[in-house]
Write a protein that binds this ligand. Structure first.
Ligand code: SUG
Length: 446
């Protein structure tokens, strides 16, 4: 008998050092906006507004804290020595790109924070978490320790929750978390099918892969996560991304596909062997039929899909169907806007479209779906988690006031070495752990 369960979305609170450093080769927006002046305050408020709107509509909405950036322990591990301000000055003068990397607010994109398997799918009936090693990009490879600490603090009861360390931090086990993982099911509390999408097979040099941009997720990493989480062949499907899509800027599968319930919404260029993947899912899904909503290149050219982030949307259940929560850019690109209107007018599965302004994040290649980590929880698990990170009116007000007090409205690359910035960040984050009731998760607090 299936338990009642909900999909809770945990958005990354956008950190005070949000900036545009062009760190992600293969992510078109990150490269296009390199050295643009960012507005961390606006970014964080945009993220909070999205969370609030969804919480107001009745969705369970949580928040994950930003990390300490610039991350001085990483600079010290790389040989920058002295007092904190000397370390910063030295890095700014001699290695500004390393300083930019350890200053990125990239933990906002919590779709990459971890892979999560709901208890209905796992052998021991616990919810399993594995923080992603994010080893494809240096600036993101330093996230998983603190991410793991925060997840353990929030989902602490080991009767319900199991936490694994990140996979070995090498390219053969490159893991980008839930951005390459979708779950299809009849209802959230039922056993589902977990679809793992990878960019490349690591241990087979002849296997197809992208020619221009890196494939960040490997099959071997996805298989390791499935083993760790106690999944089995009957509830997992592994599918390869189309290498041409990666070379067109689809650096994660969630830039070109999104699933919810029994529906998979995707672009025709998303997968290498679409037919096999659909058959594999169809054969495993119980209690419902797979609904595959495929968008052709004629309807939405791949480059429009990448530029608009149509598929980096949240697909959410509503009483009469599904809502697609899209970034504002979808209304700026004609083919996409037309497609959305046609969908809503038809009697297809997408019954409404809601637009969110997350432009500050979008300029670094992060849309609404990048900003959230989905955690399916049954009623007991929801009761067992730390409630202090669940968004309600009071927490929204406190976080908004907190952002307004601690964030700058302009940040340039040259500001990253400012010792005042580090001080502002630490002061702010110290206060934040108090607001969220998380205890000391940061290195500077240990
Ligand atoms: O890893 N951008 C992120 C965007 C992550 C989007 N997440 C998902 N698709 N789930 C990345 O490429 C850019 C940072 C900079 O250039 O300053 C960056 O890290």
């Amino acid at each position: 008998m299936a338990r009642h369960a909900v999909e809770a979305n945990f958005d990354g609170l956008i950190g005070p050092t949000h900036n545009y450093a062009g760190l992600s080769w293969g992510n078109v927006a990150s490269r296009t906006n390199v050295r643009a002046v960012s507005n961390p305050r606006e970014a964080a408020l945009q993220g909070l507004a999205k969370m609030k709107q969804l919480a107001d509509r009745g969705y369970v909405q949580g928040v994950l804290p930003p990390h300490e950036r610039p991350h001085l322990p990483t600079l010290r591990a790389l040989g920058f020595a002295g007092k904190d301000d000397e370390v910063l000055r030295n890095a700014a003068r001699n290695s500004p790109l390393i300083l930019a990397a350890v200053s990125s607010a990239s933990t906002m994109w919590t779709a990459n924070a971890a892979t999560v398997s709901p208890s209905a799918d796992t052998a021991d009936n616990r919810v399993h978490f594995t923080p992603a090693n994010l080893s494809a990009k240096f600036h993101r490879s330093i996230e998983h320790n603190v991410t793991g600490r925060a997840l353990k603090a929030i989902f602490a009861d080991d009767a319900y929750f199991a936490h694994h360390p990140a996979l070995p931090p090498v390219s053969q086990f490159g893991d980008e978390g839930a951005a390459n993982h979708t779950r299809l099911c009849s209802s959230y509390g039922d056993a589902g099918v977990e679809l793992f999408v990878y960019g490349q097979v690591a241990f087979d040099e002849r296997a197809p892969g992208p020619k221009l941009y890196p494939a960040r997720q490997t099959l071997e990493a996805s298989q390791a996560i499935a083993r760790l989480h106690g999944l089995n062949d009957r509830n997992t499907v592994f599918a390869q991304q189309n290498p041409d899509a990666i070379d067109a800027g689809v650096f994660h599968n969630d830039v070109i596909a999104v699933g919810n319930g029994n529906m998979l919404f995707y672009h025709e260029m998303a997968f290498l062997d679409e037919d096999r993947m659909l058959a594999d899912i169809g054969a495993r899904l119980t209690g419902t039929e797979l609904e595959a909503l495929r968008v052709s290149n004629d309807q939405v050219p791949l480059e429009d899909a990448v530029a608009s982030y149509l598929f980096n949307s949240q697909l959410l259940n509503t009483p009469d169907g599904m809502m697609l929560a899209v970034p504002g850019e979808c209304r700026e690109i004609e083919s996409v806007s037309r497609y959305l209107d046609t969908q809503v007018r038809s009697d297809g599965p997408i019954t409404s479209v809601e637009v969110f302004d997350v432009k500050q994040s979008m300029r670094n290649g992060g849309g609404p779906a990048c900003l959230r980590l989905r955690v399916v929880l049954n009623d007991d698990e929801l009761d067992a988690m730390h409630p202090g990170v669940l968004l309600n009116d009071a927490l929204y007000e406190r976080l908004t006031t907190w952002v307004e007090a601690h964030y700058r409205s302009e940040l340039r690359q040259d500001d990253l070495g400012d010792p005042m910035l580090l001080e502002e960040v630490r002061k702010g984050l110290d206060e934040l752990t108090g607001i969220l009731g998380l205890g000391s998760v940061y290195d500077f607090q240990q």
